[in-house]
Design a binder for this molecule. Sequence first.
Ligand SMILES: Cc1ncc(COP(=O)(O)O)c(C=O)c1O
Length: 412
Amino acid sequence: MTDIKDLRVVLDRFRAQQRRSDVAVNLVPSENRLSPLAQMPLSTDYYNRYFFNDALDPGFWQFRGGQDVADVETDLTIGHLSRLADAPYVNPRPISGLSAMMIAMAGLGGEPGGTVVSVEAASGGHYATAGMARRFGFDSATVPVLRGQVNEERFSEILRERQPDLVYLDLQNSRHELEVSRVAELVRAHSPRTLLHVDCSHTLGLVLGGALGNPLDAGADTMGGSTHKSFPGPHKGVLFTRSAELHQRLKDAQFTMLSSHHFAETLALGLAAAEFRHFGPAYAEQVLANARLFSKLLAADGFDVAADEDGHTTSTHQVWVTIGDAERTDRFSASLYDHGIRVNVQVDLPGLPGPVLRLGVNELTFIGGREPAVHALAREFSNARAGVRRDGGGSRRVREQCGPPFHFVEFS
Ligand SMILES: Cc1ncc(COP(=O)(O)O)c(C=O)c1O
């Protein structure tokens, strides 16, 4: 049995790791950092509570623990998210991107036996989407995407022949913005009763910050995704729509698929969204500028940075860099890790077989990384490749070049 001494050891490990994390530079594009303000609800009693009464019906307080701050979810969280997405209907209850995916698919996918179309995983779609569609009893069809463009011929053929209930665009690994308006046009032309959902888990912060287009403006019926990747929020998910009817369908699906929606995290999401309304556009533009600059600096230094024939490297938060075979890539990743710089190795990026660094500058930007920090980061990559300056100080040198963070500092 674990005794109290062992638990103290575990706690000490947490504390030591936390100190390291506080000064780390994290380049995993699917992660971000909560601001001190947004972090706050996670250590309150609301973490222990259910909150069902979202209609705030005075006669329906079956669970009273969340009663006093219920309006923070119904007004603050939903209100700010609604304004950010320009969508009157918001469901902030999914607990992650995959949870949002399940709810969207169940709510919008129609009857079992119908078809759900998603992005081919080999061209950047999420690995789980097609399998999830099949588990729900739908037929799955996938469509290739190249440089953000859906393969029109294949997509039109699927629309004409299968008349799918739902097109679920789940582009995950991409250096290009997904072109939604052409997809919406093709849906209208070939299968007008098909619903179009855009899962922008990876790019949500860039969309809500206005640096990438809003899929709802481009003709999507619904959109949503994770709130902890390029959007600097808690590990949660969200769904948006401008249609009362679709909102109700999503809500009905959510009701039967999710009861504990992690209330404290929904409060955290509200605070993150409230802060984001102050800095979102500046943050999102800076993420894109940092990603472009980082690509340029690494390429100029001889790194193998993924690029198109016309030189385009990225118009998202992601930068892809090939280091070599698995052993070399792992050694490179470990040597940066020793400096407190965390990279993400993927083996399934479109068009790049083998291990590749999938880097995201979203979190570095959120903590205040601008041009000087990106230059410092590129220097650390160079040092790691050359095997010099093995002093563990890489993340400190990068962070010393950071300016003010994008969140409110007075809550730190
Ligand atoms: C398009 C898409 N959907 C869903 C997910 C899963 O999100 P989560 O890990 O928050 O469940 C991801 C994660 O990368 C994603 O890119």
